[in-house]
Design a protein around this ligand. Sequence first.
Ligand code: GLV
Length: 311
Amino acid sequence: MSILFHNVTFDKINIYKKTIKKYFKDEKIISINDYKKFNDVEYAIIWDLPDIVLSKLKNLKVIFSMGAGVDHILKLKNYDKKIPIIRIKDPEMGKRIANYSLAQILNYQLNFKIFQNSQNKKYWSGERTPIDNENLTIGILGLGFLGTYIAKVLIKLKYNVIGYKKSIVRSSNIKTYSKKNLNKFIKNSDIIISILPATPQTDNIINTSFLKKMKKKSCLINIGRGNAIDENALIKHLKRNKEFYAYLDVFKNEPLKSSSKLWTLPNVTITPHVAGVTAIESAIKYMFKKYKMYKKNNTLKSDIKSIKNFY
Ligand code: GLV
């Protein structure tokens, strides 16, 4: 039987292929060009698979997302909910996304954006007092696997950390707010890190009313999905509030169009969806572990149900 591997987006695709071959020794690895072998495909390791290809995989047993997100699968019309989806829950990815978050928090609290804008104008802006970690409350909007990982890293560094989850289903020592007290979560945060998945419930959750409740001197980091932010509302907010910063890694439409106003606002930093780059070896190892569980039990618990509960 075979594994269909498809990803035309990520860096280092050849290393992915080699690593998949190294672990999944008993399976043939095929690509979307091997359409004559589609009936042999039982497993798919994918990112952005065309829907038409999915419709042809009649013997598919398990889908492995190559990232933490599964929106690229759920949006496919031919996705059959009975097929379990496994997404990457990997501490190595956690380390990367926590580093990214920390870099942007430090950028904000040490005024680096201001100094960068001054440098562009060859202007010596003079001393500015940084904000100390103990005086910052970081609100993690989306306390799932990765959100919790980031929270733990920040707590070790003496930041105050609070979290938001749609419904609180797990006990945790992080002060967590749910839907009914979202406003309190917003008001109590100095910095908000959005790490929400793309679901109908998270669409434009960060809208005008949300932004107005945030502190004027504040910062928003988006490392979840772009659907969570009403981009026009954010642009208006950034224009009105010069001491409000946005560090954006994900967008409604990627790549972000060159016509987007976000590129040119002085209080915005843009990165190209790189906050939580998949760590190849550990991700494939994780998939292999799940694959062996499936082989042993002939069934596998899908990650989809848990995603619904986590955020
Ligand atoms: C990246 O966005 C991922 O889902 O891993």
